[in-house]
Design a protein around this ligand. Structure first.
Ligand code: M6R
Length: 615
């Protein structure tokens, strides 16, 4: 949940660290800090509560002596509130050693007691300072070998952590380690980088190394060494970063979210590219892995938040095409009961970041119980794909705004591809020509919704800036979109929003309807099922009769909704499984415009972080 960056090389490190933190700020923005070993071999440190701008202002007021070795951190608070003192880095060994951390050290209380008993005085409430103090003690007791001391520390820690540390007696050396928390290496010319993800250093290099679970890395300007926690050298897996720094810039858009919403046609197109051959869906990464899909009698899709709503769409698609039962499980609930899984189960995980701890733990749990695992992920080199038997990457490009938009569309696209691929392998889809045509026309249709509805929906949102509650209804694949519409609104505009299955309304939630209550209704096409369409139109009548203000999202030409709608948002005609990709776009625009009308920061909503790497 925190962002971490490290640098060693010939250049002054402060600007490199700050630029890296700016790209990682989406991971947490409760505080930020940097530590640098200057040309004199002294360690300087500055940290401030609040967003990165507070740290920048502080450095502008009183500069820190610069040097060529540094570490930087942006925090999402877990242990201890978002204060200056709890911000990272934390210092030890008479302030000659600095350490930063992402994750939760579960045994910090007993370590803290042990260190306190030996006379260590703590300044903060964090678990991180305990790791720093432990490193200081180990460093002194083993005669000043930073790498050895670091290894001994990581072997004593329990929980999830990425740690970076440096000591002023060792300029030109940054050590790092990871357990269940992300860390990647950036390879430069005469300089090297560490980062929570490649965004930390993509403007300097597109060559990277992925570090495995329970591994330690040391970087100097000319060398990178990776070992396991026992000190045995291991090969890190090289990969090239497929996007450039510009992809992670706002590029003139008012927010990352606005840019990412607009990038959806491209995200969908990039996710489809290379995966259609003739009128068949063939995902090359799954070549030779047919056994993942044959011989199973059950699929479980596991994910959190927005990704779990994509999973619900995936349930409909995979069941329809691959004719195998599919359950969707929230990852954080999955392993805390005793799910019935085994080698006849395929567990599909979905994660934009590939680092969500709840999802990662669900994947590990599934593997331990013999299930086959496949992940759908947007981040190369991330942990979840590395822990899975197979991966289908979404190619949405970097998603920076906390509220997921283009990654959601790319996840649904990947699930549609997976459903058709599985159907072909299992022999349940004989002719995919119509669906392939639907798939390939999707990017243009998404672009059309953006073009035709952006202004209309934004205006609607600005009129509704004082609204205190919005409801969303959908049926069939419209139901997950109703849930997603409500989540988008909650997370960035802080107003009460709920999504319901339209048929469920009469079983309770209809009591919420009072005159003027805004309700978005996703209306499925009558061309797919006249029956389902007519049921939704009846649901609209029921809420209208009780005074709801009804905003309908319906396909072009559907006139049946007109008599009962206060507003109609139109989407192009599409096949039943493909409608979610169109229906979600106006809901994303609505949430973004409403939050903007309220003067809120749509990219960095309060209390949230992009990547949730704690359970
Ligand atoms: O990186 P992941 O896709 O695993 O993240 C899962 C959720 O934390 C994420 O989708 C979250 O719900 C978003 N902020 C929603 O916009």
């Amino acid at each position: 949940m925190c962002g971490i960056v490290g640098y060693v090389g010939p250049r002054p490190s402060q600007d490199i660290l700050l630029a890296g933190l700016a790209r990682l700020e989406y991971r947490g923005y409760d505080s930020a800090g940097v530590a640098v070993i200057d040309g004199e071999g002294s360690l300087g440190m500055r940290k401030k509560a609040g967003k990165l701008s507070a740290l920048r202002d502080s450095l502008a007021d009183a500069a820190l002596a610069d040097g060529n070795t540094g570490i930087g951190h942006t925090r999402w608070a877990t242990h201890g509130g978002p204060t200056d003192v709890n911000a990272h880095p934390h210092l030890a060994d008479d302030d000659r050693l600095a350490l930063i951390h992402n994750g939760i050290i579960e045994n910090f209380a007993s370590l803290r007691d042990e260190l306190a008993a030996s006379g260590v005085a703590f300044r903060s409430e964090t678990d991180t300072e305990v790791a720093a103090a432990l490193l200081g003690r180990e460093y002194r007791s083993n005669g000043g070998d930073l790498q050895l001391a670091f290894r001994s520390v990581v072997n004593r820690l329990e929980g999830a952590f990425t740690l970076l540390a440096m000591h002023q007696d060792h300029p030109g050396l940054v050590v790092g380690a990871r357990r269940n928390s992300p860390l990647v290496i950036g390879l430069g010319e005469g300089e090297n980088f560490l980062g929570s993800d490649v965004a930390a250093f993509v403007e300097h290099t597109r060559k990277a190394l992925a570090i495995g679970q329970d591994q330690i890395v040391s970087i100097t300007p000319d060398a990178v060494t990776v070992t396991d926690f026992a000190g045995t050298p291991v090969e890190a897996e090289p990969f090239d970063i497929s996007w450039d720094a510009a992809a992670a810039e706002k590029g003139g858009w008012p927010s990352f979210m606005a840019k990412e919403v607009a990038e959806q046609p491209e995200a969908v197109a990039n996710t489809i590219r290379g995966r259609i051959q003739g009128d068949q869906v063939i995902i090359p990464e799954l070549d030779g892995l047919d056994e993942l899909f044959t011989g199973i009698n059950r699929v479980i899709i596991t994910a959190c938040g927005t990704a779990s709503y994509a999973a619900l769409v995936g349930k409909y698609a995979i069941e329809q095409w691959a004719r195998v039962p599919v359950d969707v499980e929230l990852a954080h609930e999955f392993r805390y009961r005793d799910p019935v899984i085994g080698d006849d189960t395929l567990v599909v995980s979905i994660s934009q970041s590939g680092e969500t701890m709840d999802t990662l733990m669900a994947v590990k749990y599934a593997r331990e119980r013999g299930a086959r695992t496949l992940s759908i992920c947007n981040t190369q080199g991330a942990t979840i794909p590395r822990e899975s038997d197979a991966v289908v990457y979404t190619h949405a490009g970097p998603e920076v705004a906390v509220a997921s938009t283009k990654a959601f569309s790319a996840q649904i696209t990947a699930l549609l591809l997976l459903g058709l691929h599985m159907g072909r392998v299992r022999g349940t889809v004989q002719d995919a020509a119509t669906d392939v045509e639907e798939l390939t026309s999707l990017p243009d249709k998404v672009a059309k919704v953006l073009e035709t509805e952006q202004e209309h929906v934004s205006q609607l949102a600005s009129w509704m800036a004082d609204t205190r509650s919005v409801l969303f209804l959908g049926r069939h694949v419209g139901y997950p979109i109703a849930l997603e519409g409500a989540l988008k609104l909650k997370e960035i505009s802080y107003i009460h929003a709920e999504g319901f299955a339209a048929g469920e309304l009469k079983h309770g939630p209809i009591a919420l309807i009072e005159p003027g209550q805004p309700v978005f209704v996703l209306v499925p096409s009558p061309r797919h099922s006249a029956l389902v369409h007519s049921k939704v139109v009846s649901n609209i009548q029921e809420i209208r009769a009780r005074g709801a203000r009804v905003i309908v999202v319906a396909e072009e030409g559907d006139a049946a909704v007109l008599p009962f709608a206060d507003e109609v948002i139109r989407i192009p005609l599409a096949g039943a499984m493909f409608e979610p990709l169109l229906g979600v776009v106006p809901l994303q625009i609505f949430a973004m415009a409403l939050a903007t009308a309220k003067g809120l920061d749509v990219d960095q909503p309060r209390n949230l972080a992009k990547s949730v790497t704690v359970e």
